[in-house]
Design a protein around this ligand. Structure first.
Ligand SMILES: Cc1ncc(C[n+]2csc(CCOP(=O)(O)OP(=O)(O)O)c2C)c(N)n1
Ligand SMILES: [Mg+2]
Length: 323
């Protein structure tokens, strides 16, 4: 599949936009106005963008605690997301949810759910509903490597395989669950893609930093799922640049070796794609500067909107409590 010049630019633009938004969140976090925990996706943007660029508006996604990149890549409102992080009534969850409970039904973002593993059964349920209603939509359920250690992972895969559900399971394997490396949590012989295959689900590993590869491969997979409902699972190796939760770098804690950090920092999906586009005369330095300015302006406006919005009324506190 040949990627057009305009799509290449779009892939770059979307990744750069998400990166800049999260960098702004990180730099403004110390103002103590955003009071919800934030799990930044910096370093993992290529996965969200490469996949979501292949989705239609009515396709759905379910995301977890590290939700910003998925929400934004799927077209979720930036203003409503930032207002949510500031706990304001204009937020996408009316200011009651924060970063880990993003939602934008207009954009097909069904939910962000921070209970590790829960995007897997929720996505499976949505896909089942779509199948029953004969909708030609697909669901993408995003989750981390840690989530594959939950029992619902196995139960959902079996159910999705049995009912041939139109769902793409996306495991973003950044090798860590908080500070624990995967080798301390999972047997060396364990393979996430092989587990999926054992349930009869087609499955493959991908490089989570190669945006074009992710885009072209998932384009084919998504078409297949739409033509003939069936589940797929992909596992993408990736790297979280910052601390598990919060706006800072925590490299001084040394739970990831200097060599490991150096290797991964060299693979930054955005810097490398910018170099590639530049080298192939697809974007000039001036193009990049112009894009930067467009994004900066949008971000400035969105933060101003979030800051000037009001907090929700106290009387609403119990309105959305269901249990
Ligand atoms: C059921 C449950 N157990 C534990 C937690 C605490 N917790 C939040 S995020 C996280 C790590 C999850 O790791 P992974 O799924 O690999 O996602 P990543 O943070 O690497 O993106 C844990 C243990 C939780 N939110 N839910
Ligand atoms: Mg992880």
């Amino acid at each position: 599949m040949k990627i057009s010049k305009s799509t290449k630019k779009k892939l770059f633009y979307e990744m750069a936009r998400i990166r800049m938004i999260e960098k702004n969140i990180a730099s403004k976090y110390s103002e103590w106005e955003m009071r919800c925990p934030v799990h930044l996706s910096i370093g993992q943007e290529a996965i969200a963008v490469g996949i979501c660029q292949n989705l239609k508006k009515n396709d759905k996604i379910v995301t977890a605690h590290r939700s910003h990149a998925h929400y934004l890549a799927k077209g979720g409102s930036l203003k409503k997301m930032l207002a949510e992080l500031y706990g304001k009534e204009t937020g996408c969850a009316k200011g009651f949810g924060g970063s880990m409970h993003l939602i934008d039904l207009n954009a097909g973002v069904i939910a962000a759910v921070p209970i590790v593993g829960s995007t897997i059964p929720i996505g499976t349920g949505v896909a089942w509903a779509n199948k029953i209603k004969k909708k030609r939509e697909i669901v993408v359920a995003f989750f981390g490597d840690g989530a594959t250690e939950e029992g619902v992972f196995f139960e959902s895969l079996d159910f999705a395989s049995l009912h041939r559900l139109p769902i793409l399971y996306v495991c973003e394997n950044n090798e860590y669950s908080v500070y624990s490396h995967i080798s301390k949590r999972q047997s060396k012989k364990r393979s996430i893609t092989k587990i999926a295959k054992s349930f009869g689900i087609k499955s493959e590993k991908m490089d989570g930093n190669n945006i074009e590869n992710i885009y072209t491969k998932t384009n084919k997979i998504i078409k297949k799922i739409k033509n003939k409902p069936q589940p797929y699972l992909i596992e993408l190796k990736t790297f979280r640049h910052l601390e598990h939760c919060g706006p800072n770098n925590d490299d001084h804690l040394n739970y990831r070796s200097k060599k490991y950090l150096k290797q991964w920092n060299r693979k930054c999906p955005i810097k490398n794609y910018e170099k590639f586009l530049n080298k192939n005369n697809l974007v000039s330095k001036k193009n990049i500067k112009d894009l930067d300015n467009i994004i900066k302006y949008e971000i400035l406006n969105a933060f101003a909107f979030a800051k000037r919005s009001k907090f929700p009324k106290k009387s609403l506190l119990k309105r959305f409590v269901y249990a």
